[in-house]
Design a protein around this ligand. Structure first.
Ligand SMILES: Cc1ncc(COP(=O)(O)O)c(C=O)c1O
Length: 402
């Protein structure tokens, strides 16, 4: 065994990204110290413009995190108490928290079992007279179909608000994430495709008024210093240091996304012969427009080993994996009051039991991907042979067990 073949494979490793940029990152910190514009400084204005342009939209407003971008963004789009907002049941809890913090009523719908993206037929069935917006989540880095979304929104006069927290510069049908709806929320949590060195986020929008409103909401509801017009204001501003670091990283983002794409294609190819053994990658229906924030497979019932055991065995071989997410939003204890039960959204629930996210980040090598895949193959082969050789338990033959 070569040394590299025995090194642990982390789920995410950001050192490959930060090491070559370290001198420039330190220079950003020094520049901020010299200028003293610690919050909403010059680098924030520059990054807001650059990121909005990268998203092919007009305005960017830097905020403290992606969750705030959703909560403040929805409010700026005019969503308020009594409005229903449609969202997928299988998303990170922040999507739901953003809707609730905006004062709206969340209405969950199920997802497509192959892509894990919101099922727009189910969404259409959930529309009522109170529905004001649909909140598609571009989950794992893949966009929900823009043309289908725009068609639905047009027919029912709905606002589209995109959760693009996992989909920096994703594309589908000629649209970029963030340019489809009235507005969109991004997160720059460190492990995102574009990540800061701490929490931060951005609201992007094509509407000047929406941008202006979020600028006020993020700054205590002030329209000018010490003059507060919106009681819903809060403190959620982007730090100059974080914006300076994001400015440094932005020119690399397309290349990093391409690396993710190549790694995903290599996983797809190498895992292809495991389809009959119950390992199925989440389907990519957007080609290279998928930015693979996560590479997720389903461990189905056809697999000789269950998801938990596979994850444990990979872990024992020093291969880290994740589950995004083990409990769908409608079954989270914090939101019991919404009145949902197991069985309400069967595809989301089934996925939560089956999905496994494999290591994925631009510094990952094809050799490491090969190691992950061969580890899965040998775990499955061992499980198959132990099933084949294990004696049949007498109790399972006994008529009394029927
Ligand atoms: C789908 C989704 N929405 C929203 C968020 C919230 O972003 P943040 O963690 O920056 O608040 C995240 C972040 O993890 C996310 O994955």
């Amino acid at each position: 065994m070569t040394p590299s073949s025995s090194l642990p494979i982390p789920f995410v490793d950001l050192s490959w990204q930060h090491r070559p940029l370290q001198a420039k990152i330190l220079a950003v910190v020094e520049a901020t110290l010299a200028q003293g514009d610690y919050v909403l400084g010059q680098a924030v204005t520059e990054f807001e413009a650059a990121f909005a342009q990268a998203c092919q939209t007009a305005h960017g407003v830097g905020v403290g995190c992606g969750t705030d971008a959703i909560a403040l963004g929805l409010r700026a789009c005019g969503i308020c108490a009594g409005d229903e907002v449609i969202l997928p049941a299988n998303t990170f809890i922040a999507t739901l928290i953003g809707v609730v913090r905006a004062g709206a009523t969340p209405v969950f719908v199920d997802c497509c079992p192959h892509t894990a993206l919101i099922d727009l037929v189910a969404a259409e069935c959930a529309i009522t007279r109170k529905t004001r917006a649909i909140l598609p989540v571009h989950l794992y880095g893949q966009m929900v179909s823009p043309t289908a979304l725009l068609d639905l929104a047009k027919r029912y006069d709905l606002i589209i608000f995109e959760d693009a927290a996992q989909a920096h510069l994703a594309e589908r049908e000629g649209y970029r994430a963030g340019s489809v709806g009235l507005a969109a929320a991004y997160s720059f949590y460190p492990s995102k495709n574009l990540g800061a060195l701490g929490d931060s986020g951005m609201l992007v929008t094509r509407e000047e008024l929406v941008a202006q409103t979020v600028r006020s909401l993020r700054n205590y509801g002030a329209t000018r210093k010490y003059f507060h017009t919106d009681p819903g204001g809060t403190n959620s501003r982007l730090d100059t240091v974080q914006a300076g670091i994001l400015n440094l990283k932005l020119p690399h983002l397309l290349g990093w996304n391409q690396d993710r794409n190549r790694l995903a294609a290599h996983y797809d190819q190498s895992l292809a012969d495991l389809a009959t053994k119950g390992i199925q990658p989440i389907q990519n229906v957007s080609g290279e427009g998928h930015v693979y924030h996560l590479y997720v497979v389903k461990v189905t019932n056809d697999c000789p080993i269950d998801r938990t055991r596979l994850q444990l065995e990979l872990n024992s071989l020093d291969i880290q994996t994740g589950i995004h997410y083990p409990t769908p939003c409608h079954l989270q204890p914090a939101f019991q009051s919404l009145g949902h039960r197991a069985g309400d959204f069967p595809h989301a629930e089934a996925l939560s039991q089956e999905i496994l996210s494999l290591p994925m980040y631009p510094g990952l090598t094809f050799t490491q991907v090969d190691r992950v895949v061969s580890a899965i193959k040998s775990i499955l082969t061992a499980a198959e042979s132990s099933t084949a050789t294990s004696p049949v338990a007498p109790s399972s033959l006994s008529p009394s067990s029927c």
